[in-house]
Design a protein around this ligand. Structure first.
Ligand code: KIV
Ligand code: ZN
Length: 390
């Protein structure tokens, strides 16, 4: 078992799958770079068989991204798996790590009404799927879709079969956001202690937010033995969304005293990444959203302001700068240089490449000439304006 929790970000797959959140290939690459900047361990870049555009996007991301494992989703069928294997090839060929995430539904409802398959048939499909994935990569994740509503003995059986076939990560999705913290913790304790062949296997939680419990359930799964959490920026995803990456990461970071575990995420990038995603998809982040909402570190009432002025910890459990929210009141102007601009952009959570900085600097000087003072909101607007233009 690892001594940290891996972050498997699915903003570009489960997140993008939600109505109103689809992105072009160029936009997906921008978000992928922001996720790499955050240091996510694995990014699910898409579903290669879904469309030629998604295949291309995954292939490009697997070519460009160096520091995170790039993953493609596939149903347990030959066409999907081969498409995923080809899409992640630039990553696997360069030895940077490419994963195929293959899944099949296991719950009685899905078996009877969706797949119309017997338990045995589903196990056979899972095994054949994982074995085919292994022809493309050693890094194979198997998911039992709707695992939470699956009989425990059958879930144990299919998980054991997938491990034997070569899966190194086992994901337990709460596909419909039905579970509770107590229940999922107990399930993870059961699986991590009872499944045969589980040594060296990473158990993963994938929680949806239909009851508003996705983050709480993911944290409970970690208490039960999960060492990978699947999540999406701003909590986007099917229906009510997925576990929010920034929330689960900051909960573990803020309460390491309780969980005794952390992630490897560079949290200063959260605010910028969240804003980038909101701008590209045209979906604003609610003001009161935890961690990245406009009000997350705002204090309006006199009593709160008084406390915060005396000591920020009276009403703040995290430092805003740790998630990329700037509290720096220094204003930039026409005399400010490139280094100051780069520094401010990074405090706002944006990691800029040399070309981006060059072009931003030109726009910044133009703006500074027409305006006495350039505020954080102006800089943010310039960076995001540039991003939309792509
Ligand atoms: O919610 C779900 O079950 C999924 C699977 C494809 C992992 O997204
Ligand atoms: Zn999902």
């Amino acid at each position: 078992m690892t001594d940290y929790v891996k972050i498997f970000d699915t903003t570009l797959r489960d997140g993008e799958q939600a109505p109103g959140f689809s992105m072009t290939g160029g936009q997906k690459l921008q978000v992928a770079k922001a996720l790499e900047g955050l240091g996510v361990d694995i990014m699910e870049a898409g579903f290669a068989a879904a469309s030629p555009g998604d295949f291309e996007a995954i292939h490009t991301i697997a070519t460009e991204i160096k520091d995170s494992v790039v993953c493609s989703l596939a149903r347990c069928n030959e066409g999907d798996i081969r498409a995923s294997g080809e899409a992640i090839k630039p990553a696997t060929q360069k030895g940077r790590g490419g994963r195929i995430h293959t899944f099949i539904a296991t719950s009685p409802l899905h078996r009877e009404f969706k797949l119309k398959m017997s338990k045995d048939e589903i196990v056979r499909r899972a095994v054949a799927g994982v074995e085919l994935c292994r022809q493309y990569t050693d890094d194979v994740e198997f998911s039992a879709e709707d695992a939470i509503r699956t009989e425990r003995d059958y879930l144990k059986r299919i998980v054991e079969a997938a491990i034997k076939a070569g899966a190194s990560t086992i994901n337990i999705p709460d596909t419909v956001g039905y579970t509770t913290p107590e229940e999922i913790q107990d399930l993870f304790v059961f699986l991590t202690t009872q499944v045969e062949g589980a040594d060296g296997v990473t158990f993963s939680a994938h929680c949806h937010d239909d009851l508003g419990l996705a983050v709480a359930n993911s944290l409970a799964a970690v208490r039960g033995g999960a060492r990978q959490v699947e999540c999406a920026l701003n909590g986007i995803g099917e229906r009510a969304g997925n576990c929010a990456t920034e929330e689960v990461v900051m909960a573990l970071r803020t309460r390491t005293d309780f969980y005794d575990l952390d992630t490897r995420i560079k949290t200063q990038g959260f605010y910028g990444a969240s804003k980038l995603l909101a701008t590209l998809t045209g979906n604003a982040v609610p003001r009161n959203k935890a961690i990245v909402g406009k009000n997350a570190f705002a204090h309006e009432s006199g009593i709160h302001q008084h406390g915060v002025l005396a000591n920020r910890e009276t009403y703040e459990i995290m430092k805003p700068e740790h998630v990329g929210v700037s509290t720096d009141n220094l204003v930039l102007g026409k005399h400010s240089g490139r280094a100051a601009l780069k520094d401010r952009a990074s405090k706002l959570g944006f990691t800029l490449g040399d070309n981006q900085l060059k072009s931003l600097f030109v726009q910044f000087k133009d703006l500074a000439d027409s305006k006495k003072e350039v505020f954080d909101a102006d800089i943010e607007a310039l960076i995001l304006g540039e991003a939309i233009g792509t």
